[in-house]
Ligand binder design. Structure first.
Ligand SMILES: [Zn+2]
Length: 364
């Protein structure tokens, strides 16, 4: 049992930190309702690259960008607008035209992880449960006691059996506690159902050609598995958790980090194309794209993130779908938190997620 003194001291230390999360961004009118919702997460991808494209000092650092001439040719330009369009053309030419993009701190538009730790598990926990949890302070494979939006939806008559999760990182089944709630969560190098030729091919590649299996599966395999599932099972809610951006950043490889961001952009474009050419999805599917945390904001520490690395809580998100105003990049002084995304997802599906304390985000 915790001593009363511990509670007292923690109370004094933490009250100011918790108190700062006043929700200035609260949806006052109902969110635009959609039939299908896809949430795509890009692990540890910084707002700095999303909004400004490649960073000059990291790009020109031999330590982080070996052979900078090729990468420079691909991703460098003199203006931030050109650079970001080179890095993520679909994002900037389509999402930022048809949808809304939040988190450019240049305009004082801020999105933050509300948890104290700025690590992945705590970030996904708040994003999917609508609450922060002081007890979730690491990436340890611990079964999450908190109820998440996906299991909540999966228990509603309109969504039962129509929710699916695919992730590269093998901790997702614990974050979502799929053992407790039976959600279909395909993560890491777990085999797919193997019902189709494509699924069998994915399984073969995973089983036989990838000898050095890490905690994070290649995003391309996660993406292919998710796309094949969409084709066959036609879920209404899909979570696609991509993870290699974070891996390459931790490895200190800015070149591979940028290349991966570019690949993610193509995957999102491909998914959107599928949606807009598939009956049942066309014009009634909303995308939410976000990240679980930021990273260090300096050239010396961009590779890492965590409680003591300044910049690590800084995040971003984008939305695009039916009824969402094409307001583009939001340039007003606002503060949003990742934990608001759970209720935002529920609201977009015409639901109320009772367990989430953080309110839905006010869109433009
Ligand atoms: Zn992460």
């Amino acid at each position: 049992m915790k001593s009363i003194w511990t509670c007292f001291v923690l109370g004094i230390v933490l009250t100011p930190v918790i108190a700062k999360h006043e929700f200035t961004s609260v949806a006052k009118t109902p969110l635009p309702v959609t039939r299908n919702l896809f949430i795509i997460t890009v692990d540890g991808f910084r707002w700095q690259e999303l909004f400004n494209g490649a960073d000059s000092s990291i790009l020109h650092s031999e330590k982080f960008t070996p052979d900078h001439s090729t990468i420079g040719l691909q991703y460098w330009a003199s203006s931030a607008k050109e650079r970001r369009e080179k890095l993520m053309p679909f994002f900037w030419k389509v999402i930022a035209t048809k949808g809304q993009v939040f988190g450019n701190r240049h305009w004082q538009n801020k999105v933050d992880a509300a948890n104290l730790y700025s690590l992945s598990y705590p970030g996904y926990n708040e994003m999917f449960t609508g609450n922060t949890d002081m007890q979730i302070s690491s990436n340890r494979k611990r079964k999450n006691p908190n109820i998440n939006i996906f299991e909540y939806l999966n228990r509603q008559p309109d969504f039962a059996g129509k929710v699916a999760v695919f992730s590269s990182w093998d901790v997702f089944p614990f974050i979502l506690n799929s053992e407790r709630n039976g959600l279909p969560v395909n993560s890491g190098y777990v085999a797919t159902n193997g019902e189709t030729d494509a699924q069998q091919m994915i399984n073969t590649v995973q089983r036989e050609t990838i000898t050095d299996k890490k905690a994070t599966r290649y995003d391309q395999l996660t993406f292919l598995a998710a796309r094949e599932y969409l084709q066959i099972n036609q879920p209404r809610v899909l979570c696609l958790g991509l993870g290699e951006t974070d891996e390459y950043a931790h490895d200190g490889r800015y070149d591979l980090y940028l290349q991966q961001a570019s690949q993610v952009d193509r995957m999102i474009a491909d998914l959107w194309h599928w949606v807009q050419t598939t009956p049942g999805y066309k014009n009634n599917t909303t995308f939410i794209i976000t990240t679980d945390h930021g990273r260090g904001s300096r050239t010396g520490n961009w590779t890492s993130h965590g409680e003591f690395i300044s910049g690590s809580s800084q995040a971003w998100f984008a939305v695009m779908g039916p009824g969402i105003e094409p307001a583009g990049e939001i340039k007003s002084d606002e503060q949003h938190y990742l934990q608001q995304l759970a209720q935002t997802m529920a609201g977009m599906l015409g639901q109320k997620f009772k367990q989430a304390e953080a309110p839905a985000i006010a869109l433009h």
